[in-house]
Design a protein around this ligand. Structure first.
Ligand code: T1G
Length: 692
């Protein structure tokens, strides 16, 4: 065994050279790794005793792509293309031995090897699109030559990680090795290649599948049409499609040039910068400065959920999905039956879409036990309360749990806004009380706001973050403040959206500005979807707000066929002359002269107060870092990921610009636009939230 450099070793097993990478955490193609590969292959190829070469990685995974942290920096070390050409043009067979994840540049390197062997648990993919990019090292030209253009389109625009067995079926790998026996299997395979004098298979030369698709432009037209809604606002998916088109319509080298040109456009663009920021922000969010990784955690093997409504049911599914038994408690049998049947229906729908088997459905339902007695939660390690959003109701439940549930268990509330410190006062063990704020539908939405109360212990925080990761959530630790981070910031946007409509804008004009900005829908369409009568009490309604008037007229949203919008039988929304009349009457009653409001003012008044509130949240230390606020808004409130989140976006447009506009609005509209001290300070110092 000889060290090529700090991250690369070269050894021989007889006539087989084994080049091993060891660059934790994920053997990313950093400069040292590229140098190691370049020198290692040169040495092995030059060694007369070596007849074939196996490329393998130590650690948890094969190469998981280019080193994302190097993007935007001056290139150093060997170029990836030179490394790949060195491998592909090797006069000796090169076999890639894949475990963990061969992703992005990692799979692209493997695709320049002549053969690939993988363990079944391995997964291969080109997920660059999730970083606002495309596979820029030949992946868009080589992948369709193996799996065909259609499958290549699906893989590069979804970023899916394809399991080993499927990779074998698609021809992405040539053989599966038994788990734990990858190295010896790859060496044996290399010997087989030599013994059977198999050719040096270059993927670039296998053109059958791309030639077969030549002249079938409908492949791409249909794909674009089928995915138009999903790809809306993103640049990268379209650029990936163009590269696969080039693979079909252009010779390999020309296709590589097209890929390079489009890659450079994306990597220097704002969308990829935002999505790369989000990649690291999602990983930063797990790190809590005063709760180190070695903080002891509480074993959670049994979960209790109180309330089998929409939230309670969804929450329970998260735990059953990862094999944890859940007891779900309701007050009445019919409510319990209804809750359990909704859970079963959700699972059965997922099975109908082929993402679960009926056996999976039964296994998960078997893990969810219904109950009418809180006492059945006595032995739970974690109890999550999801009852009606009322402080007295919650304190009553926590008081009861305090008497029933075993010591050491975590008592969590799914409150979306209430003061967790106050809820904790209903118990004698506030140190185990924490907020676990799920988002509806709780079994689908990725975000979990973990709300740390004053007395919440570090083991409870560490355990809650760990559980969040286990159930596949993106968690952000936030402090106790009304509405926590997400809803507190949302309130700013909702307030301004309502005011803009009073001043003369139409609900659909406001919605269009935010929809075009990249949100899945605007605030008024969102309200119609959720129902305008949430928290509305008919007896107390006095027509004081637009919503009151709409609800009094039984325009309660999609469910009544009308709200702010009118809806057809397929729930398609269209602007409503009735709502326009209601608005005009309402303004007249309030003595408001409607004015024309520009899209720019609508956007600034809806977004800038959100950024300002984010700054206040940071000032008050209710969020650890600005990127956590971005993670909350991207994963819980539909902020377009290619804009990086409100705080990142503010940094891209310039805090001085946000501050200036806030001051202008403050002068005209008062205190609501008073700039946060932190915003003033950073703008004055020419700094960004990202510098904090
Ligand atoms: N570059 C740099 N750092 C990376 C990295 C990468 N590609 N992948 C992971 N890390 C860091 C990550 O920040 C974290 O650091 C640690 O590794 C563990 O990651 C030319 C242009 C491989 C499935 O998109 O999907 O190739 O927080 O917490 O959950 O065409 O990481 O510990 O300091 O996510 O076990 C394409 C990205 C790149 C794959 C492992 N590749 N990575 O998941 O660990 S672009 C990707 C992942 C490219 C070429 C193009 C996942 C993983 P820290 P982790 P995990």
């Amino acid at each position: 065994m000889s060290a090529i450099n700090d991250v690369t070793d070269l050894a021989n097993d007889g006539e087989i050279a084994i080049l091993t990478l060891n660059s934790p955490p994920v053997n990313a193609l950093s400069a040292p790794v590229r140098d190691g590969l370049a020198d290692g292959f040169k040495k092995a190829i030059a060694d007369a005793n070596t007849k074939a070469i196996v490329l393998i990685c130590d650690g948890k995974t094969f190469i998981a792509g280019a080193d994302i942290s190097e993007f935007g920096k001056a290139p150093k070390g060997a170029s990836l293309f030179d490394v790949q050409n060195g491998i592909e043009n090797s006069p000796k067979p090169v076999i890639a031995a894949i475990h963990g994840t061969a992703l992005g540049g990692g799979l692209e390197v493997a695709l320049t090897c002549h053969y690939r062997v993988a363990v079944p648990s391995a997964r291969c993919g080109l997920p660059e699109v999730n970083l606002g990019l495309l596979p820029g090292a030949g992946g868009t030209q080589r992948l369709p030559r193996i799996v065909g253009p259609q499958k290549a389109l699906e893989m590069v625009t979804s970023g899916q990680h394809v399991p080993g067995k499927q990779c074998l079926e698609m021809g992405l790998v040539d053989e599966l090795a038994p788990e734990g026996k990858l190295r010896e299997s790859a060496i044996a395979f290399a010997r087989k290649v030599l013994a059977e004098k198999r050719p040096l298979k270059k993927v670039r030369d296998s053109n059958e599948k791309v030639e077969a698709a030549r002249g079938h432009a409908e492949i791409f037209a249909n794909f674009r049409k089928e995915n138009a809604r999903k790809f809306r606002g993103f640049l990268a998916p379209e650029y990936n499609i163009r590269c696969i088109e080039a693979a079909v319509n252009e010779p390999f080298e020309q296709g590589l040039k097209t890929e390079r040109k489009l890659f450079l456009e994306l990597v220097t663009g704002s969308q990829s910068a935002a999505q790369r920021y989000v990649f690291f922000a999602e990983r930063q969010a797990w790190k809590i400065p005063d709760v180190p990784d070695d903080t002891p955690t509480i074993p959670v093997n049994k979960v209790g959920v109180i309330g089998a409504g929409t939230m309670g049911g969804g929450i329970a599914m998260n735990f059953a999905n990862v094999g944890l038994p859940v007891a779900i408690v309701e007050t009445k049998q019919d409510a319990l039956d209804r809750g359990l049947s909704v859970i079963r229906k959700n699972y059965e729908n997922t099975a109908k879409r082929g993402r679960l088997t009926m056996d999976d459905v039964e296994k998960r339902m078997a893990l969810i036990k219904g109950s009418l007695a809180l006492e059945d939660l006595a032995d739970s390690d974690l109890v999550i309360e999801a009852v009606f959003e009322n402080m007295d109701v919650k304190k009553d439940v926590f008081g009861k749990l305090d008497k029933i549930v075993k010591q050491g268990a975590i008592l969590a509330t799914n409150s979306s806004a209430l003061n967790i410190d106050e809820i904790a006062t209903a118990t004698k063990r506030p140190e185990v009380v924490i907020g676990l704020h799920f988002f509806s539908p709780a079994n689908v939405m990725r975000l979990l706001e973990v709300v740390r109360a004053d007395k919440t212990s570090k083991p409870v925080i560490a355990t809650s973050m760990q559980i969040a990761k286990k159930i596949g959530k993106i968690a952000a630790l936030v402090g106790v403040t009304p509405g926590f981070v997400g809803n507190r910031i949302l309130a700013q946007r909702q307030r301004e959206a309502q005011k803009l409509v009073l001043e003369g804008a139409t609900p659909w004009a406001v919605d269009k500005v935010l929809y075009d900005f990249g949100f899945p829908m605007g605030p008024f369409a969102m309200s119609d979807l959720a129902g305008l009568d949430i928290g509305w009490i008919k007896e107390k309604s006095k027509g004081e707000t637009i919503r009151d008037v709409l609800c009094e007229m039984d325009r309660r949203g999609q469910k009544t066929g009308a709200g702010y919008y009118d809806y057809d039988e397929n729930r398609n929304a269209k602007p409503s002359p009735v709502t326009e009349k209601i608005l005009a009457d309402f303004r007249a009653k309030k003595g408001i002269n409607a004015r024309t409001i520009s899209d720019e003012e609508i956007l600034e008044r809806c977004i800038y107060p959100m950024i300002n509130e984010g700054a206040k949240i940071l000032e008050e230390k209710k969020a650890i870092r600005a990127s956590d606020i971005d993670i909350v808004w991207i994963n819980g409130y539909g902020w377009p990921v290619y804009r990086g989140g409100p705080m990142f976006w503010a940094d891209t447009i310039g805090l001085d610009k946000v501050l200036a506009a806030m001051k202008t609005f403050e002068a005209k509209m008062g205190e609501a636009f008073k700039p946060a001290a932190l915003l003033e300070k950073l703008a004055a110092e020419g700094k960004r939230f990202g510098d904090l």
